[in-house]
Design a binder for this molecule. Structure first.
Ligand code: ADP
Length: 435
């Protein structure tokens, strides 16, 4: 693009210079021709009557000056009344060097008189003066031509620039009009990175719009199920179709569905808060080790009912900038999963390590593991390997999406290591975080 613009500007400039040179040469040639003819006319008139200086030749003034400056003869004025001419520059010069020149403004102001003086053999000076329009009035007719040329050239340049600019901008317009087929357009190499950036942003926007749309559809679906259950049970009870002994069971189902709704709504709120990105500014430094240990204590009671043993192995202090709420959310979700997808008599190890390069949080279980083909997707919203198992155990399908979101927000690096029937290990490392 730079080359193209350069070439075109050079083209315009060079053509303008060439055109101006030609026109100016023509104008000055005409002017010079006029001048030469007028000089020739004077010479011819002089030759007709060599002796008679007094015969007035148009615009020509002849003066003869004596060695002491006295004017002996003048073809225009009376020599006797004329003042001493010794100090006139052209006369002075002629007396000293043999010839002299001078230009003076005449009385009429609009005219200039050009003098040429030459020293005769007897020491007297013969001066010839020619009255001409002054330099500006000589140039006036030329000026009109120059102005005409300038206007014409400007108009031509305007048209050419308009055409060139449109031509230069055309690929950019085409690119903006059709982002999907940039490679097929003859685009400037300088714009390729822009085009790629815009296209990738375009795709990102589209995919995030898709994700949102899909999320909204999933949310609706997930909320509908427990709500339908609640209203179904309530309708039956209202109609008096439920025996006294079943009422307890039905109320229990209503309570469970309501609880499920609450957890879902809480998770959705959490995710949308994380999405809005406001959390980052308020993140305070917390002791992750303490939070992890407390969580282990709280969750091991429930875990022991399923014969799952949860142990904390790790340091006592490990500060990272994550904020208490997010830290709890992260730790809880991972430990809950490790308990939920475990086997009877299984184990869960929670570790916090402090290393030179940063802090590592790790949850390892001896549970059912995650099949390889699902491993890349379990961090997606509402993605579950076994939907019915997850639901039966109170999962929302949002836990790992929240975990991943928190990691992105706090610059934590997340790694997953899992094998079917042997267990899962999820590790998050915060490199050189505040500590
Ligand atoms: P859920 O609420 O269903 O647990 P998550 O987002 O927390 O949702 O997890 C998504 C899916 O990943 C789970 O449904 C489960 O299939 C799988 N998963 C998560 N953690 C583990 C684990 N520790 N062991 C085996 N599978 C797991």
């Amino acid at each position: 693009m730079r080359k193209k613009i350069n070439r075109r500007f050079m083209g315009i400039a060079i053509s303008a210079i060439i055109v101006i040179t030609f026109i100016m040469t023509a104008v000055f040639y005409v002017q010079l021709k006029k001048q030469i003819f007028s000089d020739l006319e004077i010479v011819a008139n002089l030759l007709i009557d060599e002796e008679n200086y007094e015969s007035p030749v148009r615009n020509l003034r002849i003066t003869l000056i004596d060695t002491d400056g006295t004017v002996l003869f003048d073809s225009v004025a009376d020599a006797v009344t004329m003042e001493n001419h010794l100090n006139r520059p052209e006369v002075k010069e002629a007396m000293q060097h043999g010839c002299g020149k001078g230009i003076r403004r005449s009385d009429t102001l609009s005219e200039s008189v050009f003098y040429y003086a030459t020293r005769l053999e007897n020491g007297q000076v013969l001066r010839v003066g020619k009255e001409t329009n002054n330099v500006f009035s000589v140039l006036v007719p030329v000026f009109t031509i120059i102005i005409g040329v300038v206007i014409l050239l400007s108009a031509i340049c305007l048209v050419i620039s308009h055409y060139l600019t449109t031509d230069i901008l055309r690929p950019i317009g085409e690119m903006a009009g059709d982002m999907d087929h940039i490679s097929e357009i003859d685009i400037y190499p300088e714009l390729v990175p822009f085009a790629q950036k815009i296209r990738s942003q375009h795709e990102e926007i589209l995919s995030s719009a898709n994700i949102r749309q899909e999320f909204a559809a999933n949310v609706t679906h997930e909320l509908k199920t427990p709500l339908a259950a609640i209203s179904g049970y309530a309708e039956l009870m209202e109609a008096g179709l439920v025996n006294e002994k079943d009422i307890k069971h039905f109320s229990g189902e209503i309570r469970k569905s309501a609880a499920r709704l609450l957890t879902l709504i809480n998770d959705i709120i959490k995710l949308s808060q994380l999405d809005s990105g406001n959390e980052k500014e308020v993140l305070e430094v917390v002791n992750l080790a303490e939070i992890a240990e407390e969580s282990v204590e709280m969750l091991s009671l429930g875990a022991s009912k399923n014969q799952v043993e949860v142990t904390y192995e790790g340091v006592k202090n490990a500060d990272i900038k994550i904020g208490k709420e997010l830290a709890q959310e992260l730790v809880y979700n991972l430990i809950e999963n490790a308990i939920r997808y475990n086997k009877q008599g299984g184990k869960v190890f929670v570790r916090v390590r402090k290393e030179d390069c940063g802090v590592t949080f790790e949850v390892e279980d001896t549970g059912i593991g995650i099949p390889l083909e699902h491993q890349s997707r379990i961090f997606e919203r509402f993605y579950r390997v076994d939907k019915s198992r997850s639901k039966a155990l109170g999962g929302t399908g949002l836990g790992l999406a929240i975990v991943k979101h928190i990691c992105t927000l706090t610059d934590g690096k997340l790694t997953l290591d899992s094998e079917i029937d042997r267990g899962t290990k999820i590790m998050i490392t915060w490199e050189n975080e505040a500590g």
